[in-house]
Write a protein that binds this ligand. Structure first.
Ligand code: MN
Ligand code: MN
Length: 319
């Protein structure tokens, strides 16, 4: 299939409140064939342990993404001139059977990878990242990936409610156990909040995960955090996952597990821009929960994070 540089609907012709609310107002082709980057929704929150609603995330992030214009005001990047990117719709996933849902999500991402496109997805709760990582890991065959994780939570707990291994509090423990992630190349940024037990993060630290608690992120500043990310990731392949609860709930209240004292949107933007130069194999924005949102603020934050990620990844593909 020929490589087509898709453009958002021209805002000078059709105002941005009109038309179909696809991601970034891009076309919605039936297939990821020919794309460099596939924007895709994963409307599923069956891994949520407390306040559900992230299944509604993709639709509202699409809606708010109509506020994104073509270009990045700092880097000057216009992703649509660099790469072929479109919105391939939502992965077909049912909300009832958890294990079957994980397989459906993996199959959806596998189809994107098989077409040669990089998946840039919008969740969904954070358990959706596990099947995404499974698909990328299998498709690329490059060995364990590194992980840059923006989040209030480590998501490396073992099990919930008895012996349930698959929840949005456990995806990265499972991914390490499955050999998908290299724990020594995982950096978690913005971790905070109360814990179930004082040694809750000990397993993660024992594996070699670098946890940058919010207090240290504050001391280092965005530039210091970026330097630490590059030191840990190097140029080996990695994945970037952005849990919207990494942002302070004053700026992103629409999420299931808010924790006060978080990153500002400005700090997050500076850090995402600093990811330039990494070898990124995929990325996501998760845990936007519209039922808890106020005036679309969190979905707008999610859409903006998605645009920042799109710009930095598109520029990296063209180096
Ligand atoms: Mn998370
Ligand atoms: Mn979280």
């Amino acid at each position: 299939m020929p490589r087509i540089l898709h453009e958002p609907v021209d805002a000078a012709r059709v105002p941005r409140f009109a038309g179909r609310p696809s991601f970034m107002r891009l076309p919605m082709p039936d297939t990821p064939e020919g794309l460099d980057i596939a924007l895709v929704g994963i409307p599923w929150d069956g891994g949520t342990t407390n306040r559900a609603g992230a299944r509604h995330g993709p639709r509202e992030v699409r809606n708010q993404s109509s506020l994104m214009r073509r270009g990045h005001h700092v880097s000057g990047v216009i992703p649509y001139e660099l790469v072929s990117v479109a919105d391939v719709g939502d992965i077909e996933v049912q909300p009832i059977d958890l294990m079957a849902a994980l397989d459906q999500i993996e199959a959806g991402i596998a189809a994107i990878c098989a077409a040669g496109a990089l998946p840039l997805s919008v969740g969904g709760d954070h358990l959706t990242t596990l099947p995404v990582l499974r698909a990328i890991h299998k498709a690329r065959g490059e060995g364990p990936l590194g992980l840059v994780q923006f989040d209030a939570h480590s998501d490396t707990n073992d099990r919930y409610f008895g012996d349930n291994l698959y929840t949005h509090g456990t995806p990265f423990r499972r991914a390490i156990e499955e050999g998908i992630l290299d724990p020594k190349r995982i950096v978690q940024i913005g971790i905070r909040g109360s814990v179930y037990a004082a040694d809750e993060h000990q397993w993660a630290k024992d594996q070699g995960i670098r946890i940058i608690y919010i207090e240290e992120a504050d001391r280092l500043g965005p530039q210091g955090v970026v330097e630490e990310i590059h030191r840990i990731m190097g140029v080996s392949p990695c994945y970037v996952t952005f849990d919207i609860d990494g942002i302070d709930p004053a700026m992103a209240p629409g999420t299931g597990t808010p924790e006060i004292g978080g990153l500002t949107t400005r700090e997050a933007q500076a850090m995402i821009r600093g990811l330039a130069g990494l070898t990124i194999r995929g990325a996501d924005v998760v845990e936007v929960s519209p039922p808890f949102d106020i005036g679309g603020l969190t979905a707008l934050t999610g859409a903006t994070v998605l645009f920042e990620l799109l710009c930095v990844i598109a520029a990296g593909m063209n180096r």
